[in-house]
Design a protein around this ligand. Structure first.
Ligand code: AMP
Ligand code: ZN
Length: 499
């Protein structure tokens, strides 16, 4: 099985050969596939566009680790330090601004939205990352990298402003984005007139003399805070080394953030290429418009739940579009995804009722092993087609189409080993789909027993509500939601709905 992925560097699909297996790689020995992704800045709840980026990443991680069996070193940063409004390190600091608005400290704000982001990951069945690193806990690593750049004369200082990277000294600056540097220097990319070149960017900003910032740290250049891009370079180096396999992110990061990540890392460390494969997901468009935090009118997963969608309906919707295509979002499309997911689950339930086979739960095993356990030609061929679609740059719409077609054509096939079918579907569900395909099986015949923990939380919530402690009652509702139950209030009591 050979995975092909589209590499933004070459603008082509390439065979995936990790550094640990690459004969051309001569750096320190790798024993894992290294993967890094940028996390959203934690000043608001993540919107569904952000969550699309992490769902695309989840499919990639599952494919590498669970389906192909690679040991994965899976790193994600948490941008819990204030950056200025634009990519150019100008404007207001989003974290400080929103902390003031929400009447809390910046640190409290960061904790609040980190927790919220992790909750969203859980709601969408996105696996926890192996390493989640906070920018504020890696300030020294960022300073060290700037010092490395300074020693090599790549930096300059703008008084009362910050330490800047001189991009004119970098050979091949912007190669990821194939930037037209001459054009950019003439055009209006960046506002700050004191910079030597328009593409130069802040590595570290100085704290304003007459203004107290909540987040600021001493450094060889005085009090200040990091620039927009340096945290990713410093933390990726700490956890993945000077070179690593894959870096993911949305397409909006190609032309500035990722270009600058490459520039500062390669110049500081003297390695090239910094990353072997750059993978970028296309945007989710909300009612035809790009969904972005700064534009307001955000849609979050919680809002979908309020409209009685299951978070996994959104996961299903995301899988219906290729990660490199735009994903249009509106309620009708989400409703269609919900219907498709429900139909698939109903089909499973019917098959299960008819054949009453027991699903064997097995430890995760890669495709090469699971295929050995399947003897039915029909199931084996379908699974192979599914794997071929997945290996072709993670073509999830095709994966879903084959699953649906194969189930729809079951009647036309003379003999299908149903046990094989359940094993294959169960394996796909557990390692890739994660849409609770088997969840409702047997539900109609069995009495649904509410777990004691959820029951207790629900009772506490009712008490809080009756005592008019609505903040506590909302908190408890969220906790219950995390355990996949929705509380619906009746006149005097409540009902616990399974989502
Ligand atoms: P941000 O907080 O804007 O840096 O976003 C965090 C991640 O979500 C980045 O990888 C972005 O590229 C990605 N992202 C932001 N908006 C969208 C969107 N509308 N659709 C898909 N991905 C997005
Ligand atoms: Zn980044």
């Amino acid at each position: 099985m050979q995975l092909k992925i589209y590499n933004t560097l070459s603008r082509q699909k390439e065979l995936f050969v990790p550094l640990m297996e690459d004969p051309k790689y001569h750096g320190p020995k790798k024993t894992t596939v290294g993967l890094y992704s940028c996390w959203p800045t934690v000043y608001r709840d993540p919107h569904i566009g952000n969550m699309r980026a992490y769902l695309c990443r989840d499919i990639l991680c599952n494919t590498l680790e669970k389906i192909m069996g690679y040991p994965l070193r899976n790193v994600m940063n948490m941008t819990d330090v204030g950056h200025l409004t634009s990519d150019a390190d100008e404007g207001e600091d989003k974290m400080e601004k929103w902390a003031k608005r929400d009447n809390m400290t910046v640190w409290e704000l960061a904790d609040k939205y980190i927790a919220s982001f992790k909750r969203y990951l859980k709601l969408l069945n996105i696996d926890e990352y192996e390493i989640i690193c906070r920018a504020t806990e890696h300030i020294q690593e960022q300073i060290t990298m700037i010092q490395q750049l300074e020693k090599k004369w790549y930096t300059y200082i703008i008084p009362d402003d910050g330490v800047y990277m001189d991009t004119s000294k970098i050979k091949d600056y912007g190669y990821l984005a194939k930037l037209d540097i001459a054009g950019l220097q003439q055009g209006a990319r960046i506002e700050n007139e004191n910079k030597k070149n328009k593409t130069d960017f802040g590595l570290r900003k100085f704290s304003p003399v007459n203004e107290h910032r909540q987040m600021e740290w001493d450094s060889p250049w005085g009090k200040g805070f990091p620039g927009r891009h340096i945290e990713c370079s410093a933390m990726a180096t700490k956890y993945l080394g000077e070179q690593f396999d894959i870096h993911t992110g949305g397409v909006d990061h190609i032309s500035v953030h990722h270009v600058n990540e490459i520039a500062q890392s390669e110049c500081a460390l003297g390695t090239h290429p910094r990353v072997k494969y750059w993978m970028h997901n296309q945007f989710l468009n909300l009612w035809g418009k790009k969904q972005s935090k700064s534009e307001g009118g955000l849609v979050t997963v919680d809002e979908l739940i309020k409209k009685w969608f299951h978070p996994l309906d959104f996961r299903y919707l995301c899988m219906t579009a290729h990660y490199r295509s735009f994903l249009e979002f509106n309620e009708d499309l989400l409703q269609t995804a919900k219907n498709s997911r429900n139909n698939l689950i109903k089909k499973m339930q019917k098959l299960f009722d008819q054949h009453a086979k027991i699903i064997i739960d097995f430890d995760s095993m890669p495709y090469e092993q699971i295929k050995e356990t399947i003897t039915s030609k029909y199931v084996g061929d379908a699974l192979e087609d599914i794997m071929n679609a997945l290996m072709d740059d993670l073509n999830m719409p095709q994966v879903l189409a084959i699953i649906n077609q194969s189930l729809n054509s079951l009647d036309k096939v003379e003999e299908v080993d149903m046990n094989d079918l359940f094993v294959a579907l169960h394996w796909l569900e557990k390692n890739l789909l994660k849409i609770w395909l088997f969840d409702r099986i047997g539900q109609e015949v069995k009495e649904i027993k509410i777990p004691a923990k959820i029951q207790k939380l629900a009772e506490q919530r009712l008490e809080a509500k009756q005592a008019k402690d609505y903040a506590r009652s909302d908190e408890l509702r969220k906790e219950i939601l995390e355990l996949w139950r929705e509380v619906k209030d009746t006149k005097e009591w409540y009902e616990l709905m399974k989502m």
